[in-house]
Design a protein around this ligand. Structure first.
Ligand SMILES: NC(=O)c1ccc[n+]([C@@H]2O[C@H](COP(=O)([O-])OP(=O)(O)OC[C@H]3O[C@@H](n4cnc5c(N)ncnc54)[C@H](O)[C@@H]3O)[C@@H](O)[C@H]2O)c1
Length: 320
């Protein structure tokens, strides 16, 4: 089957990048946000990224105009009724994603393929929320999407060959290199990345070395383009936290393995909010989350910080 119309759920950091590459590759692209304000912000993000690509000589003004004309926004999920492929890039919250997949299953045409950009949630749980488990798979992009070459395709026990190959064809048209992973926590890349980031954060917390020395050590010592702490900031500590929790669940010791700062957030988030902990904000400048839980957690955190005289959750300066 040939995919022509793509729907992207969420126009945050990842969704905006995904929508941009889809539009630039010629796909009719519809993005969905939860309100007009966030939608406008997301569309501005796409515009700014394309503008920067033009300035860097990566995109012509004519192609930018053509790509711009292929992106539309909506706040209504019902508008996905004509999409051939959906790429879900909403916040990392299992319950929210399951609900989205359930609704998309009812709204999208039977041939549509539903994918998720989740970093850590088992795809089978999203597939199980639908009546089309054969047409559900993971499509894990990397940040920043326009420049990172990789997509991990995550295949569950139920994903059909046809769906996998149709999505692979989309990835090829986006100019990406694809790898296929089984559906287990962290897939391939994050499974290997999680312990590395975890150790780097522990090293910093234990005063073993400074942020700069840890980052420079890994950059110059192993030719990584960026150090583990810069990479954590770049991805957003909320995403990193979810990843750590998800991967450490493998050893059934999620609370104890987490760095002090992450564990504190874990406690504050409370068991009921754990699956949705990524909906809280980080202190690293990506302060655009709107979920009501965010406010509650921040209020609780404020109280805890002032009563114990502790420093607040990491900000960029606190890495040093
Ligand atoms: N940040 C990374 O480096 C990275 C890399 C790979 C994958 N991911 C995954 O991509 C997903 C998105 O991460 P992000 O960093 O872009 O988060 P983000 O917070 O920047 O963006 C998420 C967006 O989803 C929107 N949203 C929430 N509920 C929605 C709904 N019901 N419908 C439509 N939009 C909704 C939010 O308003 C927000 O704008 C997560 O699953 C994350 O694990 C993130």
């Amino acid at each position: 089957m040939e995919i022509q119309r793509i729907g992207v759920i969420g126009v945050g950091l990842m969704g905006a990048g995904v929508a941009e590459v889809c539009a630039r590759a010629g796909y009719d692209t519809l993005v969905r946000e939860i309100n007009d304000e966030l939608l406008a912000k997301g569309l501005e993000r796409i515009e700014a990224s394309m503008q920067s690509a033009v300035q860097r000589g990566k995109l012509t003004a004519v192609d930018q105009e053509a790509a711009r004309s292929r992106v539309r926004g909506t706040t209504r999920l019902e508008d996905f009724a004509d999409r051939d492929l959906v790429i879900e890039a909403a916040i990392e919250d299992l319950h929210l994603k399951k609900e989205l997949f359930k609704q998309l299953d009812q709204i999208c045409p039977p041939h549509a393929i539903l994918t998720s950009n989740t970093s850590s949630i088992p795809i089978i749980q999203l597939a199980a929320a639908t009546q089309r488990p054969g047409r559900v798979l993971g499509m894990h992009f990397f940040n920043p999407v326009p420049t990172m070459q990789l997509i991990e395709l995550v295949r569950t026990l139920t994903t059909s060959d046809e769906a996998l190959e149709a999505v692979r064809a989309v990835g090829e048209r986006l100019g990406k290199r694809m790898i296929v992973s089984k559906d287990r926590a962290g897939f391939i890349v994050n499974y290997l990345l999680a312990p590395y980031l975890l150790d780097a954060i522990h090293m910093l917390e234990q005063g073993f070395a400074s942020k700069e020395d840890i980052d420079v050590g890994m950059m110059l010592g192993t030719s990584y383009p960026m150090g583990p702490l810069t990479l954590s900031d770049f991805s957003g500590l909320d995403t990193v936290l979810t990843l750590l929790m998800c991967c450490s669940r493998r050893s059934k010791s999620h609370g104890s393995l987490l760095p002090r700062s992450c564990a504190r957030w874990w406690r504050l988030a409370g068991s009921g909010a754990r699956a949705g902990v990524a909906s809280t904000t980080t202190r690293l400048g990506r302060n655009h989350r709107t979920n009501g839980r965010k406010q509650k957690i921040e209020e609780k955190e404020e109280k805890t910080s002032s009563s114990k005289g502790e420093s607040r959750w990491y900000n960029q300066k606190s890495w040093s």
